[in-house]
Design a binder for this molecule. Sequence first.
Ligand code: PEP
Ligand code: MG
Length: 325
Amino acid sequence: EKKALKRLVSEPSVTADHARVELAANIGSPHDAQLAKENGAEGIGLFRTEFLYMDRTDLPTEEEQFEAYKHVAETFGEHPVVIRTLDIGGDKELPYLDLPDELNPFLGYRAIRMCLDRPELFKTQLRAVLRASAFGNIKMMYPMVATLEELRAANRLLDETRAELREKGADFNENMEVGIMIEVPAAAVMADALAEEADFFSIGTNDLIQYTMAADRMNERVSHLYQPFHPALLRLIKHVIDAAHAKGKWAGMCGEMAGDPLAIPLLLGLGLDEFSMSAISILPARKQLKQLKQSEMKRLAERALELGTAEDVRAYVENELKTLQ
Ligand code: PEP
Ligand code: MG
C-alpha cells in the first residue's frame, strides 16, 4: 500500500480521462521543501513566510529572507514556488512590531493591510523575493486582498522595488507571476475585476469559510457553521475559478480543503488547476485523481451547487463516489 503510493512520487497528476492538474505543497519553512519534494510535490503552492518574522526580537533582514526564498526556489528548480508575502497581525502577534490590541483581530490590521501601511517593511520582503526569483520559478502572492485598490497599491510598491533593483543592476525575473489569495468574500465576488490585474488566484478556504459563514475558525462553539461543503462557499469557489479562466489565468487552492478527499472530486469538477496541501496528502490525492474522470466530476459539481445545505452536499458526494467504485 505504502510502496504503491511511493511509486507515484515522480508521476504527473492526471485523472482517468487525462486531465492534468498540479499537486503542490504548503510549507512553513525552507526546511520543509525537501520533504515536500520527497512526497511528490510538483511545486510549492503556498510558502508561508511568517516563520521568518516569528520568535525573534527584530525584523528579518533582506539577506536572511533572500537566502530562505532562494533555497526553496533551488530545491524545486523549474517547478513553481509560490511565496506568500507576510500575513501577520490580527491573532499572530509580533511584539517588536508594536501592533495594536484589537477587538476583532481577524477583521483587523493584518496581512496586506499592515504591509501597505508599512511600506519599508513590505519593500524589504519584495526585494528579497524579487532577487530570489533569479534562482528558480518563483511566483508571489498577496494575502487577504479585499479590494482592487489594495492589489494596485501593492503592485505599485512592487514596481518601485523593481525599478530600484534595476538601477542597482541586481538580477531578478522581470516576468515573475504576481497573484493574490482569494480569502475575503468581497474579493471572491469581485474575482472578474481582480483577474484583469492578477496573474493567478489561490483560494484560501481556511479564511474564506470563516468570513463567508461569519464563524471564527478557532471558536468551537460556532464550528458547526464552519462548513467547507456549504453551497454558499462552493458557489463562491466556482465564481472565482470561472473568473480566472475567463481571463486566461489559473486558479489554485491552498486552504485545507484542497487536500480533503471528499472535496477533491468537487474541486476537480469545478475546474481547479492547482491543489496545494500538506505534503503527506499529496500521494493519496494523486492516487485518487487517477480514479476520477473530470467530465463526471463536472456533473457532480453542477448537481452539488444546486443543493441547499452542506450536509446534503456531503451526503450526495459520498454516495456518488461509492457508486463510482
Ligand atoms: C487560508 O486562509 O486558507 C490560508 C491558506 O491561509 P492561512 O491558513 O495561513 O490563513
Ligand atoms: Mg488565510
